[in-house]
Design a protein around this ligand. Sequence first.
Ligand SMILES: *Cc1c(COP(=O)(O)O)cnc(C)c1O
Length: 431
Amino acid sequence: MDLHVLTQELYKEMGISPKVSAFGEKIEETLKERFADIDKMAELNQLKVIHAMQEARVNSECFHYASGYGYDDFGRDTLEQVYANVFHTEDALVRPQITCGTHALSLTLSANLRPGDELISIAGKPYDTLEEVIGIRKSPGSLAEYGITYKQVELNPDGSFDYPAIEQAISSKTKLITIQRSKGYQTRPSFSVEQIGEAIAFVKKVKPEVICMVDNCYGEFVEAREPSDVGADLVVGSLIKNPGGGLAPIGGYVAGRRDLIAQCAYRLTSPGLGKEVGASLGVMQAFYQGLFLAPTVVAGALKGAVFAANIYERLGYPVVPGGAEDRHDIIQAVELGSAEAVIAFCKGIQAAAPVDSYVSPEPWAMPGYDSDVIMAAGAFVQGSSIELSADGPIKEPYAVYFQGGLTWEHAKFGILMSLQKLWEAGITKEL
Ligand SMILES: *Cc1c(COP(=O)(O)O)cnc(C)c1O
């Protein structure tokens, strides 16, 4: 029997009406060139990862279980060399003891700043959870409590760096500047690696000894280069996002200058111990294999983001980035304009999941947010946002932030299901 017919029958059986899947096909047909470019990027980054593993002489011993103190944990030490090779840095710290992206960022900041030092975010407001790390929102244990001061340079209205303001903000106290690559839950554009490189060059010209850190969350393997290729002293991210490839069950990484990574290690474990301790507890195969898969997983997520942008743009909704724009991370924002639409979209993403597909997400008052939020995720790893997931704060402009998908095929199914739910709710009428 014809493969296309079989596939359409199964879509129908799984809840996608022929009208919705035909609309999806029409859009997909227009994206062949985009998808080919994404595949080319995956090819480059796949080679980069394999090269990094070969150069570090990865072997089967790397996957052995290590417990206790973890002295001479060969798999862990080799993996850190692999990350350093991928990011072209002197060293890296890649650990299951780094519990999430926020922890990796908090660790890096607290390890490299001392009382009296000043931190500047030159990319406007940082990610929500960092407000408590820095002490923008009063919080026990924040950098502010240790006498580390903070300044923020707002971006220009078009989302570009405000260079005169950056120059003015940098002072004799400025020790470290941070740049967030991805827009996170804001509507500004994400930065390209090239833009980040320009900003770092500018900062170094004003004050050469300033440490330049990049929050690399959601950006890994989207482009041919990483921020560490254009001057960043430290790049920081989460293993339950891009570089974990969906297989890492926990973890974070910091890659960068050897002396700065050493500081991170002394802070993570203990002064005097640093990188020498911290057993890998059996997660090494998942870390290696996830990194190996990451370039193609990211490609699948990018195709999903481009597909969603084009579907919803065609239906008249504002999307960031636009359907034809270049990508610098895997997040897609869609302004749906009403609470009902945000809820319907998220219910669609949930209904398309391999795990927990039968539960129905509802908005709730999540800690740390100033409005109700609805979240859709049916993930193998709890909270993993390299897996297909969507979040929508129930407030103006009623945008959903959509990301991930371990495979393009799943991302496509999820987006079609979101459209199906909008259509069933009578919100989207013309297809
Ligand atoms: C996800 C994210 C973080 C925080 O990572 P968690 O793993 O959720 O703690 C920080 N910055 C950006 C840009 C992110 O996307």
